[in-house]
Design a protein around this ligand. Sequence first.
Ligand SMILES: Nc1ncnc2c1ncn2[C@@H]1O[C@H](COP(=O)(O)OP(=O)(O)O)[C@@H](O)[C@H]1O
Ligand SMILES: [Mg+2]
Length: 376
Amino acid sequence: MIQFENVSKKYPNSDTEVVKNINLTIPTGQIAVIIGPSGCGKTTCLKMINRLIKITGGRILIDGKDIMDYDVIKLRRSMGYVIQQTGLFPHMTVRENIEIIPTLEKRDKEKTSRRTKELMRMIGLDPEEFLDRYPTQLSGGQLQRVGVARAFATDPDIILMDEPFSALDPITRGQLQDELIFLQEKLKKTIVFVTHDMDEAIKLGNMICILKDGEIVQYDTPEQIMKNPATEYVREFVGRNRIWDNPEYIHAEDIMITQPLTVPGNLPALQTLEQMRIHQVNGAMVLNREGVFLGFVTALDIQRTEDKNTPVHKIARQAKVTAAPGDSIVKLLDMVNKNKTSLIPVLGEGEQLLGLITSSSLVTTLSRQYINYEEV
Ligand SMILES: Nc1ncnc2c1ncn2[C@@H]1O[C@H](COP(=O)(O)OP(=O)(O)O)[C@@H](O)[C@H]1O
Ligand SMILES: [Mg+2]
């Protein structure tokens, strides 16, 4: 875990604080992305973690211990560091570059070599082909892959990455992002990743920290940043319609009708019909006393029932399919298509009815993206 406590930075030759009173906790095993426009203090924040830049106010703790209490060399070696310009040594082969620190630390050669090859494969470079090449014989994407492998080489708990993919073309960049996600699934490091690209932040981050003029504007999950931007600045920065690029973040609970007409199961059919008339709907959800969903009934179902005193639960129809509150809109649309239904009850853990998805609530949600585009 990395904790920033009231961290500030003033460079010696200037009076302004470029980082102001930052409080931030990055949980172990997660990727936190720091994002913001050029000059907002991202690199300064990152370099304070491995003490390449000296903090001038507050403190940073790693696993509860102040970084100033660590031996600075040990501290740096316990963290992988990847930068945009790779920082690979041109006179060293790929293998030598990756194994710099393991060699300095006199680690077991065979183990190191095995790990190097394993890392190479994980990031999509064939060890046979690339290990003995020099940096000038690699493309930008390949260089950056080696940079990533080198950061992971000593198996550090923390990896710091400063815009590592920013100089790459979009396709290569996407591939490296995918490879980082794959590495992280396997290795579960604590990663602080700096970028100025919101797509990248949303794709990679478990948490996103938005900086403006050296201050945190919002520190939240990608989902919350998109759904509940803290300020207009965040909203602009994220882009108003970003959520539509990431429909997996739109859930049943966000778009369901939360108060559909419900009736108790023992209500006679006639009174149920009366309730529908009063509420001007042509269907009702039938519940038992505990709020458990028993089925739904339409006005037509009741009209077709001869004995209008029949308790409505006897007429109620089972839903073809039900959803959980966390189901994504992608899954809901799929349910509608596969089951040819326009009615999906959203049920909680005890089968209680939480809300209702109708084809019109889906259409309304989907059409909002176009309305929003016009507003912008
Ligand atoms: N060594 C330095 N001396 C003085 N000012 C600096 C130095 N390094 C960075 N700055 C200033 O600190 C601010 C934040 O810089 P930086 O952390 O590099 O931003 P970012 O990485 O977000 O682009 C900028 O205004 C920059 O000009
Ligand atoms: Mg920077």
